[in-house]
Design a binder for this molecule. Structure first.
Ligand code: 4UV
Length: 528
């Protein structure tokens, strides 16, 4: 083995407070009790900081009364609503673990996640109660569903408020106790539970202080990125509440609604993903709104084009910044400075404080020379504890001395700024959301006319990437029939959007799909 070439962060280390997550995020409520913490941009429903903290205590006490104990998993299947942070922090405050799911997921997808995580109780909205009930039939540990409102057969949310506001004192070890269990497919296979400890998330909030310190208790931020995904959960929800800022939440993305909220609420910072930035840079209706109070657009979760980012800055007269990271790293590991300096917009910036990096040649396992591309490995306090109940998957991406292998390929320049240039893992990113090829391949193989299949990402100007299936047939089938077969079985963002029929899928001698061969072949085709 060659010597490890450890690339240190240019930032000085920050102290990570030894505290559970909830006192860290809500510890400053007494400084701004009457300021709004979260407002729904559609209904106007809101919580001030004092009300939010009070609701968290009530729901925590209610969960305890309903038998939820330290270490139990509680699921949340909800769009962004003011009650999302209430239940998230209530669950976490009593040492239970919050596992979030995309509300547009199918009953089968939700059931599979909750069966895997052994969830005991689910929070959802009345409209999704039927779907969650069907999911609960697949996940035998689920014994109760609470709805924000009322639904036949569900526990009404208000019932949880009937047990006082004194949840039990629970002994939480921030370094080992898990707070959140979002799902990620990592470098291969189907989605796995990512165990993020209290310390992982506290550390990440502290590490990204530079991103959030452009906010204070008078600022408003946009809450359109889903709270179920790590970006919305930690960067938006946690980052804004820790600073005392107000989140204007939106339950789903609609460009006009976003623009209205940005204008009417005088939003200062909007966390977004590249497809939203594309709309902000190009869509004609943007000109109908006064966005003069919007100072920062912060992009993450997928590659950002420099030209697009600078067109957006010029059009709107604001500052575009970018961050990078993964669910497995809580998520932030790299981000741009937030000051006025000019930055390389398609770089993800230097590594965060307390974050060490290596660039390793995946073929040889040797650290790269300066300027060479390599798989990005990371070590720091935000790196997950591991995948839930999946020791082999954990061992495949984490070394004994704490290095986490991202599956992303990067280069670093002489100033210590990184560019993400490729991916060696299977993942597809559709509008910043994860799509696992293995999940789609398993479904395709379930079709009687399909003999073999492989799924890869192909570039798309609107979504960033879309899933393309290579299919070997054993009986006649059209591309539309293949796409319809998958569309009936998955959330809409996971749909297969291109199909190519082939004679064989390239495989390694051990039978592993050589997706890389298909990706390269696709790239050659696009560039020729
Ligand atoms: O696990 P995940 O779905 O996680 C995310 C994390 C989003 C973040 C992270 C840090 C931030 O500061 C922020 O604002 C948002 O999406 O997907 C992880 C994979 O997404 C790709 C990369 O392949 C990761 O392994 N990815 C995430 N951010 C970027 C990116 C980026 N800025 N540029 C290129 N690819």
């Amino acid at each position: 083995m060659g010597e490890a070439k450890i690339l240190r962060s240019p930032h000085p280390d920050v102290d990570i407070p030894d505290t559970p997550l909830v006192p860290f995020v809500l510890g400053r409520v007494s400084e701004f009790p009457d300021h709004p913490a979260i407002i729904c941009g559609v209904t106007g429903k809101s919580y001030t900081y004092a009300q939010l903290a009070d609701a968290v205590r009530h729901v925590a006490a209610g969960l305890h009364a309903h038998g939820i104990k330290k270490g139990d998993v509680v699921g949340v299947v909800s769009p962004n609503l003011p009650d999302f942070p209430v239940v998230f922090y209530a669950v976490v405050s009593i040492g239970a673990i919050c596992s979030t799911v995309n509300p547009i997921a199918t009953a089968e997808e939700i059931g599979a996640q909750f069966a895997d995580s052994e969830a005991m109780l689910i929070f959802t909205i009345p409209e999704l109660f039927e779907k969650c009930s069907a999911a609960a039939r697949l996940a035998s540990t689920v014994r109760e569903i609470v709805v924000f409102g009322e639904a036949d057969g569900a526990t009404p949310y208000r019932e949880l408020f009937a047990h006082g506001d004194t949840p039990p004192d629970v002994d939480i070890d921030p370094a080992t106790d898990v707070a959140a269990l979002p799902y990620s497919s990592g470098t291969s296979g189907i989605p796995k539970g990512v165990m993020l400890t209290h310390r992982n998330i506290v550390a990440n909030l502290q590490q990204m202080q530079a991103i959030t310190e452009v906010l204070d208790s008078t600022s408003r931020v946009l809450g359109v990125l889903p709270f179920f995904h790590i970006y919305g959960m930690v960067v938006v929800m946690g980052g804004a509440l820790r600073q005392g800022a107000c989140i204007v939440s939106l339950p789903r993305f609609d460009l006009e609604q976003v623009l209205r909220v940005l204008q009417d609420h005088k939003v200062r910072m909007a966390n977004i993903v590249p497809p939203i930035l594309l709309a902000m840079a190009k869509h004609p209706i943007v000109a109908n709104y006064d966005l003069s109070q919007l100072k920062y657009l912060f992009s993450g979760a997928a590659p950002l084009g420099a030209e697009l980012a600078s067109a957006c800055q010029d059009r709107l007269g604001l500052t575009v910044r970018q961050g990078y990271g993964l669910t497995e790293t809580s998520p932030v590991t790299h981000f741009h400075p937030m000051d006025d300096r000019r930055v390389v917009l398609d770089s993800v910036g230097p590594s965060a404080p307390n974050t060490e990096c290596r660039l390793v040649d995946p073929a040889t396992g040797l650290d790269c020379e300066p300027g060479e591309r390599g798989e990005l490995w990371m070590r720091g306090p935000q790196v997950m504890k591991g995948y839930f109940n999946k020791p082999e998957a954990t061992a495949a991406c984490m070394t004994d001395d704490g290095w986490f292998k991202t599956g992303d390929v990067a280069v670093v320049d002489e100033l210590g700024w990184y560019k993400i240039v490729d991916r060696v893992k299977e993942l597809i990113k559709y509008k910043g959301l994860q799509v696992a090829p293995a999940e789609l391949e398993a479904l395709l193989l379930g079709h009687p006319a399909i003999a073999d299949a492989a799924v890869i990402p192909v570039p798309d100007p609107h979504a960033g990437e879309i899933p393309k299936a290579f299919v070997v047939l054993r009986a006649p089938l059209t591309a539309d029939q293949v796409m319809a077969f998958i569309a009936e079985r998955v959330s809409s963002y996971k749909k297969v959007r291109q199909v190519e029929f082939v004679d064989a899928i390239p495989k390694s001698p051990s039978g592993k799909i050589l997706r890389r061969v298909l990706v390269e072949q696709e790239r050659r085709r696009v560039s020729s």
